[in-house]
Design a binder for this molecule. Structure first.
Ligand SMILES: Nc1ncnc2c1ncn2[C@@H]1O[C@H](COP(=O)(O)OP(=O)(O)OP(=O)(O)O)[C@@H](O)[C@H]1O
Length: 560
């Protein structure tokens, strides 16, 4: 499959905005060098516009146009300074909120909400009054008043991004929360933050000019656009409005440029698409399970507050065994698997009388490195498993570099080997590509390769093929089976597809409303042999698939 790239759309607003701001920046750079001296020359007072003074002169006889142009640099610097302060502190605060414990986070979010509700300009006026009149206090005041907006947006985005599977995976791998925030979360929040930065820039410009206009901002002999407006006020009241035109026009032009850039960025933002779900095919028949338990779970309860979601279930997984979990949506399959990987979502609690994985007691804290070697996860949607902002190679090797302490080269070599194992074509090239340049099947293979590269003892596959087309599903299932056979990894396989489960798994747990209602050998998963009425109902609701069918031996690149 050829790399899919996002088609470039025309965005005239963005181009116009960039051109406008580019022009203003040029004026800011050159005007003070070229015109500062001439702007200080005194001529006739209150002169009307003429060929000598295009916008007339002010009360002292200064050329209004030249002063407006010279004021551009100071105005822009102050606006950039205050905007940067809002962005940096807001983003740090918003991300920091995500890093603290849930209860503290809740309090912080309420405080941020209250600060957002407080009028920004009023806050700025209070701060400016406390700090005293002056350019720097205006910057601090306006910068401070913008922080809550960025903090709230960042916290909201962080909450959303933190639910993504690549963030959970990084957490499972023991990547520190700070590193996850910087490496995995911030790049994926950049787009909305840039849009807010552009509109905040426009609002900051107006607010800083307003502070100077009311006398709390820049003081003589310095001047910004707001100060020039302040000086022009008596002329406006005396019917000489032209003195206002220069600074007012430049404020509008700069603000317009920033708003157009913000709108252009928002229009260019394009959420990633998802592959349409399809039906799956059946892989070769299952192999025999061993008696000894790799994972042993007894009386596992998972609660959301007082509501039980998983109700006292017990099960085991033998070494090299493939255990399927089936059941209707919401029956607790994913939560059961996630508690085994110690990745329950925030707000849920689990208890068990025994929860052992080999020698590890999963009810106690387990070092992330040990956990990473014990369990690997393969999720349903290969689109959201990888961080779209990073190259495949960077994120695939992260596992090995974090936990096996391998160098960049050795980690890359191991991943390349693993990519070859899962028959991903041109692995060297794939390592340099971003996730969106790979097809769903390729990303799923890459995920399996990453899962294999740590040589885990258990692979949890949560509907790993649901989002893939039929041919790719067959290939992926065959890879899982091969990995199980050749590397001896146990697999916990969650699926809605009874046909696949029957063909791939050794044993099947049937879940219904948070309980395991039947545990059955995969071969007996038929309407005739199932004992529990719910299992029979589930089987009757599933179209019959010939479990002996073996998928055709297709090459990955023929469909990828
Ligand atoms: N973070 C959460 N907070 C509260 N309830 C939750 C949370 N996550 C899941 N649940 C609830 O727990 C129940 C079991 O969810 P789970 O995701 O394990 O179901 P599932 O069997 O995997 O469903 P599906 O097949 O649709 O993925 C559902 O009723 C779900 O709404």
């Amino acid at each position: 499959m050829s790399p899919r790239s996002r088609p470039r759309r025309r965005n005239p607003g963005l181009v116009l905005g960039l051109a406008l701001l580019g022009g203003i920046v040029l004026v800011a750079a050159l005007a003070p060098i070229l015109f500062t001296e001439r702007a200080a020359v005194l001529g006739p007072r209150f002169a009307a516009p003429s060929s000598g003074h295009w916008l007339g002169t002010d009360a002292a006889g200064h050329d209004v146009l030249l002063r407006s142009l010279v004021a551009t640099r100071l105005t822009l610097l102050m606006t950039v300074g205050a905007t940067a302060m809002s962005v940096v502190f807001g983003v740090v605060l918003g991300t920091g909120v995500w890093l603290v414990r849930p209860r503290v986070r809740e309090v912080c979010l309420r405080v941020i909400d209250a600060m957002v509700a407080f009028p920004g300009l009023l806050l700025a006026l209070v701060v400016a009054a406390v700090l005293g009149a002056g350019g720097s206090s205006a910057v601090i005041a306006i910068g401070l008043s913008g922080i809550p907006y960025f903090a709230r947006l960042t916290a909201n985005l962080a909450a959303k991004v933190s639910q993504q599977e690549y963030v959970s995976t990084a957490g499972l791998l023991g990547v520190s929360r700070t590193r996850i925030a910087i490496r995995h979360m911030l790049p994926n929040m950049a787009e909305p933050l840039l849009v807010l930065t552009a509109s905040t820039f426009a609002a900051t410009l107006t607010a800083i000019s307003a502070l100077s206009f009311v006398g709390l901002g820049v003081q003589s002999p310095s001047y910004d656009w707001g100060k020039l407006l302040n000086e022009a006020l008596p002329s406006l009241l005396a019917d000489r409005p032209f003195q206002m035109v220069g600074p007012a026009f430049l404020i509008v032009l700069t603000g317009l440029g920033a708003v157009l850039i913000g709108d252009g960025l928002a229009a260019a933002a394009n959420p990633r698409g998802h592959t349409a779900p399809g039906r799956s095919a059946t892989p070769p028949a299952a192999q025999e399970a061993t008696g000894e338990q790799l994972a042993d779970v007894r009386d596992l309860w998972i609660h959301a507050g007082d509501t039980p979601l998983v109700k006292g279930i017990s099960f085991g997984i033998g070494p090299g065994e493939i255990v399927g979990i089936v059941g209707e949506s919401g029956s607790g399959k994913t939560l059961t698997a996630m508690s085994l990987a110690r990745l329950l979502p925030d707000g849920l609690t689990s208890m068990a009388s025994r929860m052992a994985f080999g020698d590890l007691d999963l009810r106690r804290p387990v070092p992330p490195a040990l956990m990473a070697e014990a369990v690997s996860l393969i999720y349903q949607d290969p689109g959201s498993t990888f961080n779209p902002a990073l190259r495949m190679g960077t994120q695939l090797t992260e596992v090995l570099r974090t936990h096996k302490r391998l160098g960049r080269r050795e980690a890359a070599r191991r991943i390349l080997d693993a990519l070859r194992v899962v028959h991903l074509t041109r692995p060297e090239q794939r390592m340099k590509q971003h996730p969106h340049e790979l097809s769903g099947g390729m990303r799923q293979r890459a995920m399996i390769a990453a899962a294999l590269s740590v040589e885990p003892r258990l692979i949890i596959a949560d509907e790993p093929t649901t989002a893939l087309d039929v041919t790719v599903q067959a290939e992926i299932l065959r890879e899982l089976k091969r990995v199980n056979r050749e590397f001896g990894a146990s697999i916990m396989f969650i699926s809605h597809d009874i046909g696949v489960v029957r063909a791939l798994c050794d044993r099947v747990l049937v879940m219904y409303r948070g309980e395991i209602v039947e545990e059955i050998a995969a071969a007996e998963l038929t309407v005739e042999t199932a004992r529990h009425p719910y299992t029979r109902a589930l089987l009757e609701a599933t179209p019959d698939i010939d479990a002996s069918w073996t998928p055709p031996r297709t090459k990955e690149h023929s469909h990828g």
